[in-house]
Structures are given as structure tokens and as C-alpha cells.
Design a protein around this ligand. Structure first.
Ligand SMILES: Cc1cc2nc3c(=O)[nH]c(=O)nc-3n(C[C@H](O)[C@H](O)[C@H](O)COP(=O)(O)OP(=O)(O)OC[C@H]3O[C@@H](n4cnc5c(N)ncnc54)[C@H](O)[C@@H]3O)c2cc1C
Length: 286
């Protein structure tokens, strides 16, 4: 197996594209190295993207933020502004694994590993993040909700790399939240994850919403009906009940050792309510 660590995206794309065998991007390696050691994958080439400056920066851009795909969860937490503006997103990346894992794990890797239970993905979707993708035909942009198609299957062509995520400018009185449920207190995979981002008017009525669910379908979901349940409300009991029902209706979960289908569906409604209430309180103070 060959290891390359180029310093530009163009070089990285060229290496990945030219390799006739299996080639993989290496970011934090917290998924990839486990898969290598257990012989799940046997790539001919690993292209480490951590020496590419663009993938390692968090920068303010057009009133929003551009987050390099290889920025770690620990680095996101230490950014002087990001946590104040996007607390849910930063919290989602810092639920991943342990302190040690958070020092390596990236949002690019979390998304591109292709797990429906990836924690930072519903938070990115709720934040309306756009993935900037570098490939042999140049750059293209894709909303994060369109990147993962099914478990381990992405809408990326050979040689394509996610370079960064663009978070749009956040309006006044808007805020996000992410919650997940796991059977243990830490170091486990989500039974359900839920990201919510809400915008309120001056009277506290919700004017815009995005609700995303993880671990309840073959891919993370953007649930338009759940957002509709909140818009026009002050998150009164009726709106929360409609949100709960819309979240449950969107689920197509599996049964596994962490939870049955029925259990996942029930938890999805409960987490959606709780995440929406946290986002609402944050938005009122924003
Ligand atoms: C002990 C432990 C606990 C964990 N706990 C959690 C958890 O609680 N929640 C959770 O969601 N995950 C968890 N994980 C999984 C893992 O840590 C995360 O998915 C992590 O975010 C992966 O990021 P990475 O940078 O390490 O990715 P890598 O391992 O470097 O890469 C993962 C995959 O994505 C591809 N890839 C990486 N970056 C890019 C890119 N920019 N463009 C294109 N392809 C790319 C790689 O080729 C590879 O296929 C855990 C893992 C371990 C070992």
C-alpha cells in the first residue's frame, strides 16, 4: 500500500484519479484505520489530506463560516467564534468517541465514512451546510443532505474529495441544537440523532426551520414535514406534537442490538421535540 501526503487539492485529486486500484482519502483515520486493521478494506493508495491548508482551516466567509473537511472536532471547539454561532454543530462533533478520538476525527471523515448514524451529519444538514467538492473536473457544491446516498455509498465520483463545508450566514434570532441517544453514557453509536435549526421573529414565532434525523433510515434525513410543523408556531404543545408525529413518520429504521424499529421511531419523536426546544431557547437569546 502506497501512502501520499500532497500539499494541494489538485495533487490529491490527481493521485486519487490516476490510481487504477482502490484509493482512499485519509483524514483523521479513526474509521479508516479500524477498517484497514480488520481487513475490511485493502486500498492500494492512501492520500492523506491533512497537509492541504484549505482542508485544515476555519474561516469566516460571506457572513458565514467555511470549515475545512479535515478540521477535527477538538479544533472546532477551540475556535473563538464558531461555538457561539453554531453550538449544535460543534456539540455534535464533540460527541464523537472520546477525547482522543475527537482530537483526530473530522466532519469530512464522519460524512464520507457513509454511516447513517454519523453524529455530525444531521447537525450539518440542519445548519444547511454545503459541501465543496474538488475533483478532476474542478469544483462543485452539494448540499450535505445529498452527499450520502445509502450506507457506505456517496454521491462522489472517483478522485473527488470534500474540501470544506460552507455554513451560511445565520440570521438574527436563529440557533441550532443536536441531540443523540445512545445506550451507554459515551463511546457508542447513535440509536437516533437529531439536528434542528430554527429562526424566530421578534415575537418568538418560528419563521424557518430545518430538522434532520440520523440512524433511522439508510441515510441521514432532512425532514421537511417536521420543519413545517414548527413554522408559524411558538413551539406550543400542538406544534411539538405535530413535530413528534412528522419525525416518527419519516423513520425507516432497522432493528439491531441498540434498539428495535419501534423503539427508534419513538425516540426520534422525543429527540426531535427536545432538540427543537433547545434550539428555540437558544434562538430567543441569540
Ligand atoms: C472509538 C471510536 C468511537 C467512535 N465514536 C463515534 C461516535 O460517537 N459518533 C460518530 O459519528 N462516529 C464515531 N466514530 C467513527 C469516527 O470516529 C467518525 O466517523 C469520524 O468523524 C471519522 O473521521 P476521520 O477524519 O477519522 O475519517 P477517516 O477515518 O480518515 O475517513 C473515513 C472515511 O471517509 C473518507 N474520507 C475522509 N475524509 C474525506 C474527504 N474530505 N473527502 C472524501 N472522503 C473522505 C475516507 O477515505 C474513509 O473512507 C468512532 C470511532 C472510534 C474508533
Amino acid at each position: 500500500m502506497r501512502y501520499e501526503a500532497p500539499s494541494s487539492l489538485d495533487q490529491a485529486v490527481a493521485l486519487l484519479t490516476a490510481e487504477p486500484g482502490e484509493a482512499r482519502v485519509l483524514a483523521g483515520g479513526t474509521d479508516l484505520l479500524v477498517q484497514l486493521r480488520t481487513d475490511l478494506i485493502e486500498p492500494a493508495l492512501l492520500v492523506d489530506i491533512k497537509r492541504i491548508a484549505e482542508t485544515r482551516q476555519v474561516a469566516e466567509e460571506g457572513g458565514g463560516f467555511r470549515i475545512g473537511a479535515a478540521v477535527t472536532g477538538a479544533e472546532l471547539k477551540e475556535h473563538p467564534k464558531l461555538k457561539a454561532v453554531w453550538p449544535g454543530l460543534v456539540e455534535s462533533a464533540n460527541l464523537i468517541g472520546s477525547t482522543q478520538v475527537q482530537g483526530r476525527a473530522t466532519m469530512g471523515g464522519n460524512l464520507c465514512n457513509g454511516s447513517p448514524a454519523a453524529d455530525s451529519v444531521p447537525a450539518l444538514i440542519a445548519a444547511a451546510a454545503i459541501a465543496s467538492i474538488a475533483g478532476s473536473n474542478g469544483r462543485r457544491e452539494l448540499p450535505v443532505e445529498d452527499v450520502m446516498l445509502a450506507p457506505r455509498r456517496l454521491a462522489l465520483s472517483k478522485g473527488e474529495i470534500i474540501a470544506s463545508f460552507l455554513l451560511p450566514p445565520k440570521p438574527a434570532r436563529a440557533a441550532d441544537a443536536y441531540l443523540r441517544f445512545i445506550p451507554r453514557t459515551e463511546m457508542d453509536i447513535a440509536v437516533v440523532g437529531c439536528g434542528v435549526c430554527l429562526t424566530l421573529d421578534a415575537a418568538g414565532t418560528c419563521t424557518a426551520a430545518r430538522v434532520s434525523l440520523g440512524a433511522v433510515a439508510p441515510r441521514p434525513l432532512l425532514v421537511a414535514d417536521a420543519a413545517k410543523a414548527l413554522i408559524g408556531s411558538k413551539l406550543d404543545a400542538g406544534a411539538l406534537e405535530r413535530l413528534d408525529a412528522a419525525a416518527r413518520a419519516a423513520c425507516q429504521p432497522i432493528d439491531d442490538k441498540r434498539g428495535t424499529k419501534d423503539y427508534r421511531v419513538k425516540v426520534a419523536g422525543v429527540l426531535a421535540r427536545r432538540a427543537a426546544q433547545i434550539a428555540y431557547e437558544r434562538a430567543r437569546r441569540a
